[in-house]
Design a protein around this ligand. Structure first.
Ligand code: CTP
Length: 211
């Protein structure tokens, strides 16, 4: 029964604070992850959505945990992962954070010209290390070049079952857009192409492939 299946989905960007009024982030709108949560709930699957800051309504019936930073997203994902059957990491996690988060606003005449960064945890990679054979782990790959080769490298490095390959250089697709086009690649090098469509339609197709 699908109602026995627990699905964990991450969505949206993370924010890495420099000081109380400035952060490093990316243009992820969260629309793909929210569409996946919506489509999974429509299939009768129990869904928990771990979301970075976005301007979207959590779909009815979906449990949500709101986070800001990659570290907060990591904490939530690591805690929930154990009891999850299928995990889909669609969030656009910032790879780096400022080494220092200043407690007061940096003044323009006193701000140094560079910000020292340090690495954030790779959430998906550490979930891949913990994955049991009964669990399915799906990542997203945002690529601008060498798409298939880079996506396949991520499957192997992060121990994934599937990766959803997004060409983020295509105009009118991906980040911010209501539309997407995805190539699903499996660890066995199976390829399934979902041509341009709304993110909700693409999300339903991804879930049909997984369940
Ligand atoms: N990801 C993650 N934690 C990070 C960075 C990425 O969990 N610190 C996840 C993303 O949610 C996505 C997958 O890893 O599912 C691939 O993310 P992507 O940005 O395409 O690649 P990176 O692993 O960050 O590698 P690169 O920036 O070199 O392409």
């Amino acid at each position: 029964m699908k109602s026995d299946i627990q699905c964990l989905i991450s969505a949206g960007p993370t924010r890495e604070w420099i000081d109380p009024v400035r952060f490093i982030s990316n243009p992820s709108s969260g629309k793909m992850g929210y569409a996946l949560a919506h489509a999974a709930h429509n299939l009768g699957i129990k869904v928990t959505l771990v979301s970075g800051p976005v301007n979207l309504k959590v779909p009815d019936g979906v449990c949500s945990i709101m986070v800001e930073t990659a570290q907060e997203m990591n904490d939530a994902m690591q805690e929930l992962f154990e009891k999850t059957d299928v995990t889909i990491m669609s969030a656009a996690v910032c790879d780096h954070r400022p080494q220092i988060k200043h407690t007061q606003k940096l003044k323009k005449n006193r701000q140094s010209s560079y910000i020292q960064l340090e690495a954030n945890p790779d959430i998906l990679e550490s979930l891949g290390k913990r994955k049991k054979s009964s669990q399915v782990l799906v990542g997203f790959a945002a690529e601008t070049e060498n798409h298939l080769a880079n996506a396949m490298t991520k499957i192997r490095k992060k121990n994934l079952d599937w990766i959803a390959l997004n060409d983020v250089s295509s105009r009118g697709l991906g980040f911010q857009s209501d539309f997407n086009a995805i190539t699903m690649l499996s660890k066995d090098e199976e390829t399934v192409i979902f041509d341009r469509d709304t993110k909700l339609v693409i999300a339903s197709r991804i879930l049909k492939l997984l369940f």
